[in-house]
Design a protein around this ligand. Sequence first.
Ligand SMILES: Cc1cc2nc3c(=O)[nH]c(=O)nc-3n(C[C@H](O)[C@H](O)[C@H](O)COP(=O)(O)OP(=O)(O)OC[C@H]3O[C@@H](n4cnc5c(N)ncnc54)[C@H](O)[C@@H]3O)c2cc1C
Length: 444
Amino acid sequence: MTEVVVAGAGLAGLTAARHLADAGADVRVYERHGEVGGRVRSVRRNGYVFDRGFQVLFTAYPAARRELDYDALDLRYFKPGGVVARPGHRATLADPFRDFSGAVESLFNRDVTTLDKLKILQLRRELAGKSDAEIFAGPDRTTRGYLRDRGFSAKFVENFAEPFYGGITLDRSLSTSKKAFEFSFKMLSTGHIAVPARGMGAISEQLAESARDAGAQIVTDETVTGIEGGERVRDEVAVELGRETTTADAVLVATDPKQARDLTGVESIPTEAKGCVTQYLAFDGPELDAGKRILLNAGASESAGDDEGADDGTKTDSDDRIDGPNQVVQLSSVAPEYAPDDRTLLSATFLGVPDDPDEDLAVQTARTLDSWYPERKISLEPVHTSRVEFAQFDQSPGVYDRLPGVRAPGGSVFLAGEYTEASSLNAAMQSGRKAARAILADLQ
Ligand SMILES: Cc1cc2nc3c(=O)[nH]c(=O)nc-3n(C[C@H](O)[C@H](O)[C@H](O)COP(=O)(O)OP(=O)(O)OC[C@H]3O[C@@H](n4cnc5c(N)ncnc54)[C@H](O)[C@@H]3O)c2cc1C
């Protein structure tokens, strides 16, 4: 029986472990933390669910549809679009295809122009006819330059694209690849945004259970510290686990990118990070009228967006222009299971990893909400803060052409991780499946 060691029990490692075990391999997964999931974990405490930073599942993700049992995840859905917010002003930008009640309000939303709404429909039609492979092929450029050249208004870019896509790619400057934008736009227009009722960590827990059911062994609190040998396919590989060493016919390195680069020496593994801080805050009293929509921080100034926007690739200082979090989400409205019955739970996400103390971030969020909802007195209690230095790798234009493949180390050593594809949950699961297939093809 082919013996495979998997280093890392994030989404990529767990997906690979399941496929390998399903195909009859003898699989051992070593995970350095006490629990599985890597970047996709949840803390459940005092009746609350705190995800490891604000994360969501796009239900249209092809790999997620293939690998996950959505019914068992008991998904809770966001309303599409968002609420564009600035001091004394809130306006709903709805998805006209799915939410007709919001579409009426959208027509009167002056934060984007009617022409933008038509352009959204046009883009949606165009991307529906493109495969995912087509989206990631060909020339690349920044999202900002792409939106400008397609004729979207500066208002649309500043009021909607910056906070909304900035929240997805952790890059409000929109200097991320337009391919990441096109892919997420397609996912959003063909599916829903959701979280599992038990938190995003339920995704990892489900994958781990499937891997174990298929026969894989998952060992937590065990770090892979080195790999020796395996230069040629079918060469035995020695896997160092601190002071012990074990052997296998193949090793799959499914750690985070930095560790993967250290363990394999593959230099094309991207290690430039995008991070964020998500703070969870609770309050009593009626929920905010944003309901199940994301509140987008459009910045302070209504005149913002009257200019033509920055040149392609040029970072603007719009990050600095906003006070407070990039986006606020009323999680307990989307998923009541995220908070005790009598409380409303918000998440507030700050891009980058500001080193402000937790209390200062809470003050900034309170000030921001007061300015968006001057008619309400909301008394916020910070209940948890999640700081993630490496949430995604930097996806600047051209990055996808430079990413390593799953066979990059060569011989009996393989790679799995979001960074062999793109930076997303989908990419992690996709990479795990590809790596398992490569191992099975090479070794059996
Ligand atoms: C705050 C945040 C928000 C995000 N938002 C979204 C979103 O909304 N939508 C989306 O699609 N994606 C989002 N992502 C990205 C997504 O979570 C990741 O792309 C994906 O989870 C990466 O999975 P992975 O298995 O490749 O890596 P990881 O999750 O990093 O897993 C690697 C695992 O390897 C383990 N490990 C590391 N070194 C060793 C070692 N030496 N030995 C043993 N084990 C080791 C780690 O502990 C970890 O468990 C977000 C991520 C974060 C953190």
